[in-house]
Design a protein around this ligand. Structure first.
Ligand SMILES: [Zn+2]
Ligand SMILES: [Zn+2]
Length: 643
């Protein structure tokens, strides 16, 4: 017998093992008609999943975000069924069909058919038919050999591959059935196909089986799905909007950065205009950190094998690292993180409790392996610059330090125009290192810091890394997308592994607390987010060109040059458009370059020593003296305003 506490009923029940949610609901006399699944001890189950463990059960309804997992998973099956009906059972071989952040995809092989976007409406139509038919979705199990035979008969070679290589002997082989379509699957699924919500197929692309280039190339069909038509429509609009703001296009149009196969995937080169943006961000970052008592350091890009051995990276992080290189008799690795170097700085001399807190900060470029298929502009790269820092302190300083870091993170992000945050606290997992008291001190300080900000936060209970709890901060951009930025992460592992200590007031050795933290996470990615958030119109202080001077005719060139000189002397980034083009063409080009201010100069301006100011987002122009304009733009720059 097992004991289940059902949260929705606030009641404890005893059941036989193997009972399913469907039966439980049946006994509730239809009181919970809108339940599409459940969450058992944090795991999503459907109404067919046998319940074999005691614990907590929460019903999942459409308004619960987790229920989307069930919807999207079922739509992947419905799509697979549609493909089989359209292209013939024997021609369609199914790979995997997982859910994604906003929908699902299925990797399939279709003999004799190369899908294009034009095929998607037909597949959608067929899916809608299947949904309308309202097939009951059933779950069943087969013995291993029988399951293999079953899929052999259906020529489902990839399913057999999954059974043989991914499902250990002795584990049940679970299948789901709707109509005459059967798929190997662990679920969860909807009760029936007509419970499916709104969806759209959005693209088709190639994908190697198991991501390996030596394997056959399958076709991956992507869909997005939500419970309601409205949510789907909102999401599709957002996608449209996101396409217009794609930082890769903006980066190209404005000549900000270069990512090229010839250089290597995921390796960004900063062009002069992009380099200015990056410099401004880095300068502001350094200034703020120095003000807050951080010490800036620089560390190398490679380090000896032994260092990464001691840090543990070679045992738990190696798959993200580039291969070993041999220099003379020694092995070296390109750094995936800056931490071990900062630890070595700490250890370079004996430390006393009086020196604490020590805050070491670095804009450190690290290199991590990402599959080429996962690379995406500046958002997902192989080399990126962490705005990294490590704080080493005593127990009595932990609380203040964490509060300070969170304050720094939120203030910094706000200064870039972000004002909506999602904050997550991840706590001690089942397997962990370090002593319980330190975990408690750390978790309490994180919690108190968040609570002092007044922000809502979510707790990922047990979701912390094995070496310490953490806070994550996500920002919401102009079109509602969330981006992970700041992380404040305790580490009880490195101080042990590197035997870090300090001499306390008692003259004894003590283990310090160590905190990793980053505010942007990655400078590259953060600039990508900024470009999309502002659709390329960056705040004036970040604009590579802040002012474009547009003389109407050649005779105004002389005066235009003195205006330019004046602005340059005031540290304003300015370009003079002295091309032999019409004024309107020059204005249009400056707009396309997303330059916030244009100064048009004609007879009147040259005679009176003024400029006609055209400001982004404003109609017409305003005549100002040069000094008036300079003080206006300087104020906008120093307040970090966006137009
Ligand atoms: Zn499935
Ligand atoms: Zn670190």
């Amino acid at each position: 017998m097992i004991e289940i506490f059902i949260e929705d009923l606030n009641q404890r029940f005893t059941f036989n093992e193997g009972n399913i949610l469907k039966d439980i609901l049946k006994n509730l006399n239809g009181k919970f008609k809108d339940v599409v699944g459940g969450k058992l001890n944090g795991e999503i189950i459907d109404i067919h999943t046998p319940i074999n463990q005691s614990g907590n059960l929460k019903f999942l309804k459409k308004e619960d975000k987790d229920s989307l997992e069930i919807l999207r998973h079922s739509l992947a099956h419905i799509m697979a069924q549609a493909l089989k009906e359209i292209y013939g059972n024997e021609n369609v071989h199914l790979g995997i069909g997982p859910t994604t952040e906003h929908g699902f995809y299925y990797d399939v092989e279709i003999e004799g058919k190369r899908l294009t976007d034009e095929d998607l409406p037909q597949i959608e139509e067929k899916m809608k038919e299947i949904i309308k038919k309202g097939y009951q979705i059933e779950r069943f199990e087969l013995p291993r050999e029988e399951a293999i035979k079953f899929f052999e008969n259906k020529k489902e070679i990839y399913k057999i591959d999954i059974i043989k290589h991914n499902i250990p002997e002795g584990e049940p082989i679970i299948l789901y059935k709707q109509g005459d379509f059967v798929d190997l699957c662990r679920g969860p699924h909807l009760p029936s196909t007509d419970k499916a919500g709104a969806f759209k197929l959005i693209s088709v692309s190639g994908a190697y089986w198991r991501g390996k280039e030596t394997n056959p190339m399958l076709q991956r069909i992507y869909g997005v799905a939500f419970w309601s038509e409205k949510e789907l429509k909102d999401y599709l609009n957002m996608l449209e909007e996101a396409k217009k703001r794609d930082h890769r296009k903006i980066g190209k149009d404005l000549e900000l950065f270069l990512i090229d196969e010839e250089i290597g995937g995921g390796l960004a080169i900063w062009l002069p205009k992009g380099a200015i943006i990056r410099k401004e961000i880095e300068d502001a970052w350094k200034k703020e950190h120095l003000k807050r008592g951080y010490q800036l350091v620089y560390t190398p890009h490679v380090g000896k094998e032994q260092l990464w051995q001691t840090s543990g990276h070679l045992s738990f992080y190696q798959e993200n690292m580039y291969p070993r290189m041999q220099i003379e008799e020694e092995g070296y690795y390109v750094k995936p993180m800056n931490c071990p170097f900062h630890v070595e700085i700490y250890k370079s001399k004996q430390r006393s409790y009086k020196e604490f807190p020590i805050r070491l900060a670095e804009l450190g470029t690290v290199y991590r392996y990402e599959r080429s298929g996962a690379l995406h502009g500046l958002m997902r790269v192989r080399g990126f610059t962490q705005d990294d820092a490590h704080i080493i302190c005593r127990e009595d300083q932990v609380e203040d330090e964490i509060r300070e870091v969170l304050n720094l993170a939120l203030n910094t992000l706000k200064s870039y125009g972000f004002d909506e945050f999602e904050v997550y606290l991840s706590t001690k997992p089942e397997k962990y290192v370090g002593d319980d008291k330190m975990w408690e001190v750390a978790e309490n300080s994180l919690r108190k810091a968040i609570e002092s900000t007044g922000l809502d936060y979510k707790i990922d209970e047990g979701g912390g890394a094995f070496y310490g709890p953490k806070i994550d901060v996500k920002i919401k951009d102009a079109i509602g997308r969330l981006w992970q930025c700041s992380t404040i992460q305790f580490d009880f592992n490195l101080p042990e592994r590197f035997d870090m200590y300090y001499i306390g007031e008692d003259n004894q050795k003590h283990r310090p607390y160590m905190i990793h933290r980053a505010i942007f996470g990655s400078i590259e990615r953060f600039i990508g987010v900024l470009l999309e958030h502002y659709a390329g119109f960056l705040p004036v202080w970040l604009s590579p060109v802040q002012v474009k001077i547009i003389p109407i005719a050649d005779k105004h060139l002389e005066y235009a040059k003195t205006v330019k000189q004046n602005l340059l002397e005031n540290d304003i980034r300015v370009e003079l458009d002295d091309r032999n083009e019409r004024m309107n063409k020059k204005i249009r080009d400056a707009e396309l370059q997303k330059i916030p201010f244009m100064l048009v100069i004609g007879d009147k301006e040259a005679e009176t020593g003024t400029v006609a100011v055209r400001e982004k987002g404003k109609q017409g122009s305003q005549t100002l003296s040069i000094d008036e304009f300079v003080s206006k733009i300087k104020e906008i720059i120093s307040n970090k305003l966006a137009l």
